[in-house]
Design a protein around this ligand. Structure first.
Ligand code: ATP
Length: 255
């Protein structure tokens, strides 16, 4: 079985995430994609981060009735920061014989050496970099060649003509997963933008599924406690009594 692993804070999940999951299913011919909400992001403060249980429920609502897409609660069962290596190991144990494909943006792939276990994570899964621009092929190629000079490259012809295609694949060598580059269409939506709209009292319909919006609305009082403007609320989401960093873009899955 070929399984996509798509981690993120999903604070909240939105159509950009869902579209990418569907594209990955089709471009890579996956049997399923697991959306894996990060319980405790290792490199990002928790201020403004909705409780793990609520973020998971929002993902479950978003995936309701969508074949091939699943929500994995695997990170909820571990104490401490949610590291990708632990998550990949747990998923591999839960689905023996599966091939895992870990999805991430090209800019995140470039930071892989600084993650826990860094480049060795490619031994646990194939890494699928998601291109947002044509330049991504050059950037990713440079990254791969600098760390795996022996990697064998296959460029798929015609990828520039339209989005929704595989761009390139690098075979890193025996015992290692591959690095793949795909280019899906990109919906320019971010969870940060949705939270900003929400705090400003603006309409967030069509950024995310109706069922997610309904759940956010049902939990409005709780959501407001987390998403209220940071200056207005300094007491929510602090970790261990220490003020957490303010949120920034790009909360990838645990590293
Ligand atoms: P935030 O704005 O809070 O940083 P986000 O919308 O970027 O959140 P994350 O939870 O950080 O969402 O997303 C995790 C993963 O989803 C990352 O790999 C990120 O690259 C990807 N992603 C985020 N937004 C989109 C989008 N619009 N289209 C495709 N992938 C996306």
């Amino acid at each position: 079985m070929k399984v996509g692993v798509f981690g993120g804070c999903f604070n909240p999940v939105h159509h950009g995430h869902l579209r990418l999951a569907v594209e990955a299913l089709e471009i890579l011919g996956l049997d399923r994609v697991e959306l894996v909400p990060t319980a405790i992001p290792p490199h990002k403060g928790q201020r403004g981060l909705l409780p793990f249980g609520l973020r998971c429920r929002l993902v479950q609502k978003a995936l309701h009735g969508l074949p091939g897409l699943h929500c994995s609660l695997v990170e909820g069962g571990r104490p401490g920061p949610s590291y990708t290596g632990d998550t990949l190991e747990e998923l591999a144990r839960a689905m023996p014989g599966s091939r895992l494909f870990f999805l991430l943006g090209v800019p995140d792939l470039l930071t892989l050496p600084s993650w826990k276990d860094g480049l060795a994570l490619t031994r646990k899964a194939h890494f699928v970099a998601v291109a947002r621009q044509d330049m991504a092929l050059e950037t990713t190629r440079e990254f791969v060649r600098s760390h795996w000079p022996e990697a064998d490259e296959t460029v798929y012809p015609g990828w520039m003509k339209s989005p929704g295609n595989m761009v390139c694949e690098w075979r890193l060598g025996p015992g290692s997963g591959n690095i793949l580059l795909i280019r899906p269409p990109y919906l320019d939506i971010s969870a940060t933008m949705i939270r900003d709209y929400w705090s400003a009292g603006r309409d967030i319909r069509f950024f995310l599924p109706d069922l997610v919006l309904a759940e956010l609305t049902r939990k409005r009082r709780l959501v407001e406690r987390y998403w209220a403007k940071q200056e207005a609320r300094s007491d929510v989401g602090q970790v261990g009594g220490v003020k957490a960093r303010p949120p920034r873009g790009g909360c990838i899955h645990g590293r």
